[in-house]
Ligand binder design. Structure first.
Ligand SMILES: Nc1ncnc2c1ncn2[C@@H]1O[C@H](COP(=O)(O)OP(=O)(O)O[C@H]2O[C@H](CO)[C@@H](O)[C@H](O)[C@H]2O)[C@@H](O)[C@H]1O
Length: 625
């Protein structure tokens, strides 16, 4: 993986259009906006642990230069234990005694840890509709395992079904808190579970209790989603101030990682609601963009529901061009929450390097490309890792047989079990192609639709799992009728089936039109299933096209096929090449499987890069003061 670009000169708020420099400190305002008074948190305000550093901490605080290299004390900061258990990091000191020359130990000695607050609309295993949940369910754990104090704040969805059981381990913290939005006071409760080193915090409010999924039901998206996620952002900003997790609040010096538009008000609130009152002056925020296509756009008249001072309207203002307006009276005036986040967050991160560039282009920028380009010096991309315990063919509970790279016999058993479960002919030698994902434009479903009749002329089997646009769901059912022995379409969202398809197929197809990172191709490779993908975004970075002429062991042989441009013909060519290799070049196929399975897809690489960005974000002053 390439290294990140070095940060460039700091942008100061003067350069941002629409952002008032000195929001007035209006005393009447304080009660109207309803932030929590947190002067008493001064002493707990950061759990910054600096171990053996010379003269100054990363944050500029003074640390002693202890020759013994055990914990140094940090002026201004109180050492605070992890929330769930009191962790004494002697391991770092021990390590130093054991091997002072060891480079990685040296790195640890200089390590600064942060108080990190993820804000997200979904986090696996508690709630999941896609890859955002996977990342917000596993990256926090990876960061916590590296010594950071990590909290994840998301809604406490209760759908009135078996999925509610996932919240059974949470307890009410009895810290009812009032926040001000939508023209009134809203009371939220916080539920909590400490699991795998992370504080999982769930915001409880009646608006999160309803059948469906986190965003909608059979009738479409919920009409009050702007309110529901505004509430999440307000509550998430209060959480580090008011929740004594493990006895201590996270305090004001924390780093907010706001994920996608649902959490996009967090950086705006820090700037507009808290900092004018001296709160969160030392906090920083990063907006993490998993999918720029969704921006949280609503009519301009809804601005008054966001709990922001009027003078911040320009920060969110978004005017659609004339051609994009829907009728003669449509003025195109809207509020765009993601835009607000982009112009107020301290840094911007996407989930692959390629995507961080794509979003600065007119093709990939969804109207925000110029704004993003103007902040390209603080824009980086870090390719997602995956949860290698949840997605592990040697221990996966969802699949019929476990297997490893050294013994692949279980994979054939998984293939036959899948064929049996789906009612396809039991044919271990017939190539089995799979697709898992939302049935929408992003995932290139229209290309699959146009290519399937030609693909199914060949002796192959093809299974699809997905839900989304009704026309595509109906097409899957119709295709199943037409090709009974070759095609199966499973409409719905089903995690166990997604594991079974990942393990049982030979090829995983991902013709995504754009793919910020993509996780399914990484899961597939880990399960010895060969990805055939459109060469875009994170797919380009993670799948290397097979090169039959490369020397074994030189690392150039590839892990799948990445095709371009995205056309029916190109996709069919790539699939046919893969099928031919499967049938006629067994040794090459096994090499492809082995390289995919042995590829490092854990979060280890990514977390080191995240830490670099954290360092940079605290080195620079806040972008908006
Ligand atoms: N019907 C179904 N049943 C069961 N499971 C299903 C399913 N449909 C999808 N899934 C699962 O949902 C996840 C989808 O993750 P992706 O990263 O492929 O795409 P998504 O577009 O949701 O995520 C966005 O965010 C992620 C995370 O940053 C980026 O990787 C990605 O490019 C970006 O579009 C996978 O775990 C997949 O198995």
């Amino acid at each position: 993986m390439k290294t990140l670009l070095l940060p460039s000169p700091v942008f100061i708020s003067k350069s941002i259009p629409n952002i008032p420099q000195n929001s007035p400190l209006n005393s009447g305002f304080q009660s109207k906006l309803g932030f929590s008074c947190c002067s008493k948190t001064r002493n707990n305000c950061a759990r910054l642990r600096v171990i053996r550093n010379n003269n100054s901490g990363e944050d500029g605080s003074v640390v002693s230069d202890d020759e013994n290299g055990v914990f140094d004390s940090v002026a201004e900061f109180q050492l605070i234990p992890q929330s769930g258990e009191i962790e004494v990091s002697n391991s770092h000191a021990d390590k130093m005694e054991e091997s002072v020359d060891d480079e990685s130990a040296q790195e640890n000695l200089e390590k600064v840890t942060y108080n990190i607050v993820f804000v997200t609309s979904e986090a696996s295993p508690y709630s999941k509709t896609g890859g955002l949940a996977d990342v917000c369910g596993s990256l926090p754990i990876a960061l916590a395992s590296r010594g950071h104090r990590v909290m994840v704040v998301s809604p406490r969805y209760l759908h009135g079904g078996p999925s509610d059981e996932k919240l059974a381990g949470t307890t009410n913290l009895n810290r009812a808190t009032k926040v001000y939005c939508s023209g009134g006071v809203q009371q939220v409760d916080f539920f909590h579970e400490y699991r795998k080193g992370v504080d999982w915090v769930f915001v409880d409010h009646p608006c999160y209790s309803r059948p469906g999924n986190p965003y909608g039901d059979d009738n479409g998206a919920f009409g009050d989603n702007q309110f529901r996620f505004t509430l999440l952002c307000h509550a998430a900003c209060e959480a580090p101030l008011v929740l004594p997790l493990g006895g201590f609040t996270y305090g004001q010096k924390c780093l907010f990682l706001a994920n996608d538009w649902h959490a996009g008000l967090v950086p705006v609130l820090l700037a507009a609601k808290y900092r004018p009152h001296g709160i969160y002056k030392d906090a920083r925020s990063i907006i993490m963009i998993h999918n720029l296509a969704h921006q949280g756009v609503e009519p301009a008249s809804t601005f008054c529901n966001l709990g922001l001072p009027w003078e911040w309207y320009g920060t969110l203002e978004w005017i659609f061009p004339t051609w994009a307006r829907t009728h003669a009276l449509d003025t195109g005036q809207t509020v765009n929450i993601l835009k607000g986040a982009i112009v107020t967050a301290d840094r911007i991160l996407t989930v692959s390097q390629g995507y961080s560039w794509e979003i600065t282009t007119p093709e990939g920028g969804y109207g925000l490309n110029e704004l993003l380009s103007s902040r390209k010096f603080v824009l980086d991309g870090i390719t997602n890792g995956i949860d290698v315990t949840e997605w592990d063919p040697s221990s996966d509970k969802h699949i019929s047989s476990n297997y490893t790279v050294d013994d692949l016999s279980g994979k054939i058993a998984c293939k036959m079990a899948l064929q049996k479960e789906l009612g396809l002919p039991l044919r271990p030698d017939c190539v089995l192609i799979g697709f898992i994902g939302r049935l929408d434009y992003q995932k290139g479903i229209d290309i699959i639709l146009s290519a399937t009749p030609a693909l199914l002329q060949d002796d192959v089997q093809f299974v699809m799992l997905g839900s989304g646009e009704r026309q595509y769901e109906e097409w899957m059912s119709a295709t199943e009728e037409a090709f009974k022995n070759k095609f199966r379409g499973w409409v719905g969202f089903n995690v166990p089936i997604s594991h079974k398809i990942t393990a049982g197929c030979d090829i995983l197809l991902m013709p995504s039109r754009y793919e910020p990172c993509g996780l399914n191709q990484q899961y597939a490779m880990r399960y010895g299933t060969i990805p055939v993908v459109h060469e875009t975004g994170g797919l380009r970075e993670t799948v290397k096209t097979f090169n039959p002429c490369a020397e074994e062991g030189e690392g150039e042989e590839g892990t799948g096929w990445a095709f371009s441009p995205l056309t029916r013909e190109c996709m069919l060519d790539a699939l046919r090449m893969a099928i031919k290799t499967y049938r006629e070049h067994k040794t090459s196929w096994e090499g492809l499987m082995r390289r995919g399975m042995e590829r490092d897809c854990s979060w280890d690489n990514a977390t080191v890069q995240y830490e670099k960005v954290f360092q940079w974000v605290f080195t620079d002053p806040p972008y908006v003061t």
